[in-house]
Structure formats: C-alpha cells, structure tokens
Design a binder for this molecule. Structure first.
Ligand SMILES: CC(C)(COP(=O)(O)OP(=O)(O)OC[C@H]1O[C@@H](n2cnc3c(N)ncnc32)[C@H](O)[C@@H]1OP(=O)(O)O)[C@@H](O)C(=O)NCCC(=O)NCCS
Length: 122
C-alpha cells in the first residue's frame, strides 16, 4: 500500500508499506520520501503514523525499515524522531558502490503485552 501526502493539489510526500502474506509478521516500509521543499514540517511523521495505524489494525506485528547510515536525515528521523529500535546492520550496494545501513523496527503493543525496552548492548 502507498499513502501520499497532498498539499494544494500537489503530492508532497509518499510512503509505501509491504504487508506480509500472513498475519502477525512485520510490514516493511520502502520507500518513503517527502519533497525537499516540504521537509521538517511533520509530513514524514504523519505519513508514518498513518501506515502504522493501518498495519496495526490489520494485525501486523510491527514495522521494519532500512536506512543508509550516511543518510543522516533518515537516521535521525528513524532513530530520534520516531524512536525506532535499531535491530540490525547490513549493506546496500549498487555495482561496486557499498553503503553501510541499519535496520530499524517498531513493535506494536498488543493486548496483555507490555513493550520491553530495547537493550543496545545485550
Ligand atoms: C526522512 C524524511 C522522509 C522525513 O520526512 P520529513 O517530513 O522531513 O520529517 P518530519 O518533518 O515529519 O520530521 C522532522 C524530523 O526529520 C528530520 N529530518 C530528516 N531529514 C530532514 C530534512 N531534509 N529537512 C528537515 N528535517 C529533516 C528533522 O531533523 C526532524 O527531526 P526532529 O523532529 O527530531 O527535530 C524526509 O526528510 C526525506 O524524504 N528525506 C529524503 C529521503 C529519505 O531519506 N527517505 C528515507 C530513506 S529510507
């Protein structure tokens, strides 16, 4: 599913979520973008919250997303603004070009369950 943000009849942001084929798994967010002229105004958070509500209602376990570490804006957005948990590291590559990346995760709280705090140094 793709959700878009519209302002004055112009698409200013978009987010796509790939839902799992079975319930109780994570959805993957890829990609999400906000127009450069419209960044830093809360559109990204609102797009994320919209997808979060949709996936949660559909019974997904949570959301996962990858961010390239060199993309400081994305790292800040996922790690600090949304406070997602960093849960893995990996590499993106195109041809010979490689970029270190981090996987972030958001778990949805479910009835009778409490969220365990993430321990970065277990
Ligand atoms: C990352 C992105 C989707 C965030 O969307 P946004 O609408 O700018 O985010 P919001 O306004 O809702 O949230 C603002 C937060 O994002 C941070 N941010 C990230 N990139 C930013 C940018 N280019 N300009 C302004 N703020 C940015 C701000 O520091 C702010 O953090 P704070 O609230 O902790 O101070 C958007 O900046 C973007 O499209 N970036 C380029 C594409 C990209 O990196 N996509 C994700 C790759 S996986």
């Amino acid at each position: 599913m793709t959700a878009i943000a519209v302002e004055d009849s112009q698409i200013v942001g978009a987010i796509t979520v790939w839902r799992p084929s079975v319930q109780d798994r994570y959805s993957i967010v890829e990609p999400m973008n906000v127009l450069p002229t419209h960044r830093g105004r809360g559109i990204g958070v609102r797009l994320w919250r919209f997808i979060e509500a949709h996936s949660s209602e559909r019974g997904d376990r949570g959301l996962r997303v990858w961010g390239i570490d060199g993309n400081r804006g994305a790292s800040h957005f996922y790690g600090s603004t949304l406070k997602l948990q960093p849960v893995g590291v990996g590499t993106f590559w195109i041809g010979q070009h490689r970029e270190a990346a981090t996987e972030y995760r958001q778990d949805f709280a479910r009835d009778g369950e409490t969220q365990r705090p993430f321990d970065a140094n277990p």
